[in-house]
Design a binder for this molecule. Structure first.
Ligand code: FMN
Length: 362
């Protein structure tokens, strides 16, 4: 079995180790979703990761509903990302952009109009807005014209990602956002060719993948799912057949890698995971499978030894341990993060977590 410190080829990328930085929204962009200079420092500090998956990044105004999150639909955003990708590459790293359409989870006050989803549904709980949390508003069912436009927006954002210096993209198919809203029978009640059967519910994701692959080359495209948890009101009555069919589709489309946020304990939002889907996906899919959620060094090593995962993605540990790779290698303790600063918008709790040597010297 490969270890966390063996290299891994995914598509056109050669990862020097199998410890991946999971996508983490940090809300440090500004002024119409343009990345800021401090983001270059933050990502470069974490460049020893085998691969960095960027924070979720909006493909369009309509699709972005998180205050101060970045986008990839305007020239200013592309220019804003260039120093970030440059800094990561200069530090010896690799970075892909996570492409995001939040669907029904976008509040109209962010400027995108009535939110769009697979079906006319209302998400539970509260939306993030510049005026604090507000109840979600009813989404409208995406028309065929909407679907065509949104698929085009994914392809355009992928091209912009490459223009901004990213090594590829990861499509955000997890956590109850638009792709997930189409996939699951808990949010997709359509009666046309995009709803109903598993095959129909896979259609939107498949079209997005194909268009993105056509735009930048399928060797640069990955996708993320959260198959076994209820996320932001989105779940499936029978995840294993859905994700087995998805594995077959991803194999046909030659998608080189997937990342699964496959929980094995209740999430911080209190969602109880159902059975893992990765064992059913593994024999049907020959690309790399990256597993995420709640790992530390020892549990990541143990998971790799089971033979399903090709790599392990870490989220929260990367926030507070910029040198996570080194700490796992030497078995050093991990520093805890401060949830209060996750989205707080300054250097505090962002670029000021020390690496081991800096901590020892202080
Ligand atoms: C502050 C924060 C921001 C997150 N942002 C994203 C995101 O932008 N995209 C995404 O797919 N998941 C996001 N997640 C989920 C993480 O990628 C990851 O799946 C989760 O934290 C579980 O992994 P961990 O136990 O290693 O932290 C976020 C999680 C946290 C804590």
């Amino acid at each position: 079995m490969p270890s966390l410190f063996d290299p891994l080829r995914i598509g056109g990328l050669e990862l020097p180790n199998r410890i991946v930085m999971a996508p983490l929204t940090r809300a440090r962009s500004c002024c119409d979703a343009v990345p800021t200079a401090i983001m270059a420092t933050y990502y470069a500090q974490r460049a020893s990761a085998g691969l960095i998956i960027s924070e979720a990044t909006g493909i369009s105004r309509e699709g972005l509903g998180w205050p101060d999150a970045p986008g990839l639909w305007s020239d200013a955003q592309v220019e804003g990302w260039k120093p970030v990708t440059y800094a990561v590459h200069e530090a010896g790293g690799r970075i892909v952009a996570q492409l995001w359409h939040m669907g029904r989870l976008v509040h109209p006050s962010l400027g995108g109009g009535q939110p769009v989803s697979a079906s006319a549904t209302l998400a539970p709980d509260f939306a993030h807005t510049y005026q604090g949390k507000k109840p979600y508003t009813l989404a409208r069912e995406a028309s065929h014209d909407d679907i065509e436009r949104i698929v085009g927006d994914y392809a355009a954002a992928a091209k912009n990602a490459v223009a901004a210096g990213f090594d590829g993209v990861q499509l955000h198919g997890a956590n109850g956002y638009l792709i997930d809203q189409f996939l699951r029978d808990g949010a997709n009640f359509r009666t046309d060719e995009y709803g109903g059967s598993i095959d129909n519910r896979l259609r939107f994701a498949s079209e997005v993948i194909e268009a993105t692959g056509d735009a930048i080359g399928m060797d640069k495209v990955g996708i993320r799912f959260s198959p076994n948890i209820l996320s932001q009101g989105v779940e499936d009555s029978d995840p294993i057949p859905l994700f087995a069919a998805l594995a077959e589709r991803l194999e046909q489309l030659k998608v080189p890698w997937i990342e699964l946020r496959e929980a094995h304990r209740p999430t911080s939002a209190g969602s109880m995971p159902t059975a893992p889907v990765s064992p059913a996906m593994r024999p049907l899919y020959s690309g790399a499978i990256i597993l995420n959620s709640d790992y530390d060094g020892p549990s990541a090593r143990a998971r790799m030894a089971e033979g399903v995962a090709d790599a392990i993605a870490f989220g929260r540990p990367f926030i507070s341990n910029p040198d996570l790779i080194h700490r796992i290698a030497v078995g050093a303790p991990l520093s805890p993060g401060d949830e209060a600063t996750y989205y707080a918008g300054s250097a505090n709790g962002y670029t000021d977590y020390p690496a081991l040597e800096e901590a020892a010297a202080a």
